[in-house]
Ligand binder design. Structure first.
Ligand SMILES: Cc1ncc(COP(=O)(O)O)c(C=O)c1O
Length: 383
């Protein structure tokens, strides 16, 4: 452990690994037993810490890990030499050799990728696993669905490749069920046109967290690809996935560094965007945008102190944030904990609420906590 890891906490994240494990089990319990679970753990497991999250999800029985890049895949390989790993982002030509070296599955969207990865597999004497991605309306990776049959045949004909999965990605599963249904229909129609496709032994996947809301019961997809929900966050506030009872895994904390009294009429923080309407007790917190509190949330966000909501005063600064504690009952003193996201007493600020104040979405909030903020792991072994 580094010397700085032993210092008192000023701003930190807590990750509850037992909640993560329970979430996976709850999600699984809502799905037919044959459905495989692809755990999306890109971007450092949505900022939760990839090694810790992947290790716990292995224990919980995730079937496959989906990551963005080779570096993330190598982190999984340090935990397990053979746990299936899928790269969701394009592989660059100078990265091709790592597919064989680390036994990684690649996403394939083009004939160029088929040729490149086939050459790697043949040179290695062991086929490269690939998941054929079909673009049904995301407009990002994947072969456009009308051209998918040709690419499927090219993969099947390539001795250096092994088809391990076929998938698509929904562009608006959290806001447009009609378009999502159309994407499902196109995906199924495309699969039906693949000669000799036998889904046994393949991962056929489409559903992200929001997709799970509209999965038809008789779905032929045999895998789901879940990110946000496994971290206990609903893809939108009115989500039917509340039935899954996923619990938050992430919480975000800081401390009170100073408490002082300011007279009515005083302005607070850079730019003087707020002028106090009354004599005010102000707490200065030891975290700012240098830690991941979005600057745009100044004069909008709230924090919890003594289990009570305290409004942010003025602009967020790099290392400090001012809040109004005038109405907080009980003493507020230097060193007290303030909760930015999470529960204190009977009150809770969710990632979604914090994201709304920051004009963003939970996915981005989780990726925006900076590297100076240490992650502390609770319930590191066993539930
Ligand atoms: C290709 C792909 N699949 C699945 C997911 C997981 O989505 P969610 O976090 O909404 O479950 C993502 C997330 O960005 C993704 O890019």
């Amino acid at each position: 452990m580094s010397a700085s890891a032993q210092l008192p906490r000023r701003c930190w994240v807590e990750i509850d690994l037992a909640a993560l494990e329970r979430n996976l089990k709850h999600i699984r319990a809502t799905l037919p037993p044959h459905i495989k679970y692809v755990a999306v753990v890109k971007a450092d497991a949505y900022g939760h810490g990839l090694p810790q999250v992947a290790a716990r999800l292995m224990q919980a029985g995730a079937d496959l890990f989906a990551v963005a890049n080779i570096a993330e895949a190598m982190t999984i390989r340090e935990l397990s030499g053979d746990w299936p790993v899928l790269l969701l982002s394009p592989v660059l030509p100078d990265e091709d050799r790592y597919l064989a070296e680390f036994d990684l599955a690649a996403t394939v969207s083009s004939l160029d990728e088929v040729r490149r990865f086939d050459a790697v597999g043949r040179a290695a004497g062991s086929p490269i696993a690939v998941h054929l991605k079909i673009d049904t309306g995301m407009g990002r990776l994947g072969v456009w669905h009308t051209q998918a049959k040709e690419l499927y045949s090219a993969i099947k004909a390539a001795n250096g490749l092994r088809l391990a999965g076929v998938f698509t990605h929904f562009s608006s599963a959290d806001e447009d069920p009609v378009f999502t249904a159309e994407q499902r229909r196109l995906f199924l129609a495309t699969l039906a046109g693949f000669p000799g496709l036998d889904s046994a032994g393949l991962y056929i996947h489409a559903d992200n967290s929001a997709g799970l809301e509209t999965t038809p019961g008789e779905s032929v997809f045999n895998a789901v690809r879940v990110g946000l929900l496994q971290f206990g966050i609903l893809p939108h506030p009115h989500s039917m996935l509340a039935r899954v009872k996923a619990e938050p895994v992430f919480s975000f904390h800081t401390r009170v560094g100073l408490v002082k009294q300011l007279p009515a009429g005083t302005s607070v923080s850079y730019g003087r965007t707020v002028k106090l309407k009354r004599d005010t007790r102000v707490a200065v917190l030891t975290a700012g945008y240098g830690d991941g509190i979005a600057r745009v949330s100044g004069n909008r966000a709230q924090v919890l102190i003594n289990g009570q909501r305290c409004p942010v005063l003025g602009r967020i600064t790099m290392d400090q944030t001012m809040v109004d504690v005038t109405d907080v009952t009980g003493a507020v003193a230097c060193g007290d904990t303030a909760v930015l996201v999470g529960r204190q007493g009977g009150t809770e600020i969710s990632v979604t609420e914090f994201s709304d104040w920051s004009d963003t979405i939970p996915w981005e909030t989780l990726c925006s906590v900076t590297k100076r903020v240490p992650r502390h792991y609770r319930n590191a072994s066993g539930v």
